[in-house]
Ligand binder design. Structure first.
Ligand code: ARG
Length: 562
């Protein structure tokens, strides 16, 4: 409805586009002040007329519209009163369509999303959990808008650290222990290497030599490296399974080692490479950035050049219209450099590269890192959340059917929602009582609202959705407010995609849940009057559908009972 009004207005306003008009349109606090209000103050400045005069002219030009009951001028506002009956009927019917919110804007276009991308032989920590969760949600949002999305896990599986690990393994490693304890044991070896290298610097030379062997294709070096990678992937996949997340490609950094030669050649041909202290770099001072290091002094390749190769490979393979990278904000400079070098290389698609950064994660105020002693594994946090929900179920609803499944859906949903609820650039601080609060702005709260809607419908017994409904009974404040929320869904998805902000969807789901709960408390649903009952039940179904689809876009499942 809001869109319709925006269209109507923008047809009459030359200086503002439809989207601008839509953004300006307000929803007054009470419907007697109009369902939507258009402030004319900005236009007044632009057109050098009074806001009242503009409102009057617009009203005149718009004339009568079927879906509008009336249009009124009030102060500098133009207030729109929609035909509530028609609005209710339309919104309900759209919400019954599983495709509601979908779009065709993305049809025929591909987007690559590079996310999760943990570093092999390092633990999958809560920072990697964030990229995984945000990336997965963006995948769902863009898919909903019709794009084909390639989900790429750019594993950190190449680099000098593997030389170190090989040295450590050969000196102090134990195959059985690694097979038993997985990444934890590899981390121990890594720490041991650094301790020993403090005393004996030749260890670092040995490590470099082993990485050089890897880069030259030495079979022994590669087979140990490959094994480290397999050990790590077993653990990563356990986390992905818990989250219900899959990837289309696991082509990590190692995948590009044979594609770097071409990149270096192009950089040379374009005269971009400069020798500096034995290393080879692309200077970027003209663009106010430190140089992009391409090849190290010892001849080994690094992260940045592998990203250049990966970007070119992806363009040639997937023909993306956008290539998105979801990482912590500390990599901002890295991506700015990589994107700039791609541009300098003459790739006219360099402007299709997007870095989507996010803030730090801390656990009850404690910063988490893989270096210090307090390593926090994402898997442990997920398991702890599930356990805590199990405890709550034992206390409050021990007879709940399917309790293990529900505990998993709610526990994991709580973590995901908490990560996605705030703007991604904001730091996230984990506090169990906030994450699991059933009354706060949390995943469990939205899931609980969904389960409440499901329970209303169960109690109503057989209900035929296809039965004609008299929507004129849905014109009370609470029902209309809820319908207005449901009406916003497609716009929310588009905004979330445009800003790469799953938080828009998370906040929206809270708004729908609030509106639904208000409706639930104010409007008795199971009433004698069949007309009223039917219409309200339909509104319950509509709300349930949208709650479910919103959470689905965040990667969260909905239990029918909680
Ligand atoms: N492995 C990196 C890390 O854990 C993230 C990789 C992001 N993707 C990329 N193409 N650079 O920090």
């Amino acid at each position: 409805m809001k869109k319709e009004i925006a269209k109507l207005l923008s047809n009459q306003i030359e200086v503002l586009g439809e989207e601008e008009v839509e953004r300006l349109l307000e929803t007054p606090p009470r419907t007697d002040m109009g369902d939507y209000a258009f402030p004319c103050f900005q236009l007044a400045k632009l057109l050098r007329k009074s806001p009242q005069q503009i409102a009057g002219e617009l009203k005149e030009k718009i004339g009568d519209e079927d879906f509008l009951e009336r249009v009124e001028i009030q102060g500098g506002y133009l207030n729109f009163y929609v035909d509530k009956n028609m609005f209710a009927a339309q919104t309900l019917s759209r919400c019954m369509d599983p495709e509601y919110g979908s779009d065709t804007v993305g049809n025929g276009k591909t987007i690559c999303i590079d996310y999760s991308s943990p570093n092999v032989a390092k633990n999958f920590h809560v920072g990697h959990l964030r990229t995984t969760i945000i990336g997965n949600s963006l995948y769902k949002i863009f898919t909903k808008l019709g794009y084909k999305v390639e989900r790429i896990n750019h594993l950190g599986d190449w680099g000098t650290q593997f030389g170190k690990l090989i040295v450590a393994y050969k000196k102090w490693g134990n195959k059985e222990l690694i097979e038993k304890n997985g990444i934890q044991e590899l981390l121990n070896l890594y720490v041991k290497f650094h301790e020993e290298a403090e005393k004996d610097d030749t260890l670092n030379d040995q490590a470099r030599a082993w990485f050089t062997k890897m880069e030259q294709g030495d079979p022994e070096a590669l087979s140990i490296w490959k094994w480290f990678k397999e050990i790590s992937l077993i653990e990563y996949k356990r986390v992905y399974d818990m989250l219900g997340i899959e990837f289309d490609s696991y082509a990590g950094e190692s995948f590009y080692s044979d594609k770097i030669g071409d990149v270096v050649k192009t950089l040379e041909e374009k005269g971009l490479l400069v020798e500096s202290d034995g290393a080879r770099i692309v200077p970027l001072d003209e663009y106010n950035m430190p140089p992009c290091l391409i090849i190290k002094k010892d001849g080994s390749t690094i992260y940045a050049v592998r990203d250049l190769a990966a970007a070119i490979y992806r363009k040639n393979t997937y023909h993306f219209t956008k290539c998105i990278y979801v990482t912590g904000q500390e990599q901002k400079l890295h991506f700015a450099q990589v994107f700039k070098v791609l541009e300098l290389m003459g790739n006219d698609w360099a402007d299709q590269m997007v870095h989507v950064p996010y803030g730090l994660v801390s656990l009850e105020g404690m910063k988490l890192s893989s270096r210090g002693g307090n390593i926090i594994y994402a898997e442990d946090i997920l398991n702890e959340a599930i356990q805590k929900i199990q405890d709550i179920i034992t206390e409050k609803n021990p007879e709940l059917p399917d309790r293990d499944k529900v505990a998993k859906q709610v526990g994991i949903g709580a973590i995901l929602f908490h990560d996605l609820y705030n703007q991604r650039i904001k730091d996230v601080s984990f506090q169990w009582e906030n994450v699991l609060n059933f009354d706060g702005e949390t995943g469990p709260y939205v899931q609980y609202t969904y389960a409440r809607a499901a329970s209303v419908l169960r109690k109503a017994g057989d209900f035929d959705v296809s039965r004609e409904t008299d929507t004129s009974v849905l014109t009370d404040e609470a029902s209309i407010a809820l319908l207005k929320e449901l009406d916003r869904f497609p716009v929310v998805i588009k905004d979330a995609a445009e800003k790469y902000e799953p938080s828009f969807v998370a906040r929206y789901s809270i708004a729908v849940a609030h509106a639904f709960n208000k409706f639930y408390h104010e409007c008795q649903i199971n009433v004698e009057d069949e007309k009223v009952r039917d219409a309200r039940l339909k509104l319950v179904i509509a709300s349930k559908n949208i709650l479910k689809e919103s959470l689905n876009l965040l990667g969260i499942e909905c239990p029918e009972q909680m």
